[in-house]
Design a protein around this ligand. Structure first.
Ligand SMILES: [Zn+2]
Length: 82
């Protein structure tokens, strides 16, 4: 799976608070409950995924990486920076 991550935007490089919301709810890490994340995107258009019949994700995915425990939360919609 190495190499699928296209880009990362470290929170400290911009004015981001590191907090995000999606679906009208603030994102919290499902592992440790942390609320600060680095964001990134991943392209999922791989032959393997298509073979598995889940090529609906071909448009890519948004990643939020918990800064406390590095757990990765995946979203198809783009999270809103808070
Ligand atoms: Zn966490």
């Amino acid at each position: 799976m190495a190499g699928i991550v296209e880009s990362f935007k470290r929170g400290y490089e911009g004015r981001d608070s590191g907090r995000y919301a999606i679906g009208g709810k603030p994102v919290a890490c499902s592992h440790c409950g942390g609320d600060k994340f680095d964001s990134g995107t991943a392209l999922l258009n791989t032959r393997g995924l298509t073979f598995l019949g889940i090529d609906f994700v071909n448009r890519g995915a948004n990643l939020l990486i918990c800064t406390a425990c590095t757990h990765v939360e995946w979203f198809l919609d783009e999270p809103q920076a808070l």
